[in-house]
Design a protein around this ligand. Structure first.
Ligand SMILES: Nc1nc2c(ncn2[C@@H]2O[C@H](COP(=O)(O)OP(=O)(O)OP(=O)(O)O)[C@@H](O)[C@H]2O)c(=O)[nH]1
Ligand SMILES: [Mg+2]
Length: 294
């Protein structure tokens, strides 16, 4: 039996969380077209008869501009050093540059077994794929490059097999029915944040934190969930709520449907929008909202 942990690393928006979700076969991490969607390390565990891969999804690499993103980058750095292997995810359709190769080589220098997943190949011209792999090689990247499409499920079996070959022999680290190291309550907060990322523009979603105050399962199986959507500016609050609450109603309803799908039960959701001025630069508030060094 092979078993181990694999850090999934790459620039923000590269497609890491999408890839982890597809490989595990369940929604472990939220996904959006905006960079910096993932804020925590989240484990997604794939168990098969002959192996277990514990993927560690990480916040995408991004120049930081506040205490929260700085913490996110530290989270990613730590994750890359505590694993059996690294899966570096590169957005294929963005086109590769020498700086990508330099970044990959920085992780190769950690001397952890590593592979490169060259993803989103479904939205790039086919002939560009070998060209990109060759360019990476010429810039000195030593890791094997696997072109894949998470969206179309292309080449994933090959990638999975290659990942397994990097893992040590050993017993599974997690019971076979466990797919994530995160709680249902955490995922519910993340689903709320995902809908905000999808519905609002610019800085607003990046300045939002979700605080779940009530998470209760009633005897009839339904969940009662109450949460705060904390934003960092008064004018953000107004936009989040919208005219007569129309925007927030729509967003909450969108989130509730996904929570019901995830929990497999009816959800009664109450949301409040609050302001905590510039909380992303205030470590005490960050900690209160769940963002601190573990
Ligand atoms: N066409 C296409 N789009 C993809 C693919 N994989 C991911 N995407 C899209 O790329 C965007 C970013 O995906 P994420 O999985 O959130 O990226 P990430 O690397 O986790 O981003 P951060 O968490 O912000 O670092 C989303 O809009 C995805 O739907 C793919 O294989 N093909
Ligand atoms: Mg992500």
């Amino acid at each position: 039996m092979r078993s181990g942990t694999v850090a999934v690393i790459g620039k923000a928006n590269a497609g890491k969380s999408t890839l982890v979700n597809v490989l595990v076969g369940e929604k472990i991490a939220i996904v959006s077209p905006k960079p910096q969607t993932t804020r925590d390390r989240i484990m997604g565990i794939l168990t098969r008869e002959e192996y277990q891969i514990a993927f560690v999804d990480t916040p995408g690499l991004f120049k930081y501009n506040n205490a929260l993103t700085e913490l996110m980058m530290r989270t990613t750095e730590t994750a890359s050093k505590e694993v059996d292997a690294i899966l570096f995810v590169l957005d294929g359709h963005e086109g590769v540059r020498e700086e990508d190769a330099e970044l990959i080589k920085k992780y190769e220098a950690l001397h952890v077994p590593m592979l490169v997943a060259f993803t989103k190949t479904d939205i790039m011209p086919k002939e560009k794929i070998p060209e990109a792999a060759k360019a990476l090689f010429e810039w000195g990247v030593a890791s094997d490059v696997y072109p894949v499409s998470a969206r179309k499920g292309k080449n994933l079996k090959k990638l999975e097999e290659a990942i397994v070959s990097l893992l040590p022999e050993g017993e599974p680290l997690f019971p076979e029915d466990v797919v994530s190291d995160r709680s249902e309550k955490f995922m519910v907060a993340e689903l709320m944040r995902e809908k905000i990322l999808l519905k609002y523009e610019k800085e607003i979603p990046h300045g939002v934190a979700i605080l779940v105050n009530t998470f209760e399962k009633h005897e009839n199986g339904a969940y009662e969930i109450s949460l705060d959507i904390v934003c960092e500016k008064k004018n953000h609050k107004a936009i989040l709520i919208g005219k007569q609450g129309s925007a927030i109603k729509e967003t909450a309803s969108f989130a509730r449907k996904d929570m019901e799908k995830f929990l497999g039960a009816k959800v009664y959701l109450t949301v409040f929008v609050k302001v905590r001025e510039d909380w992303r630069d205030r470590t005490a508030l960050m900690k209160e909202f769940g963002y601190s060094e573990e």
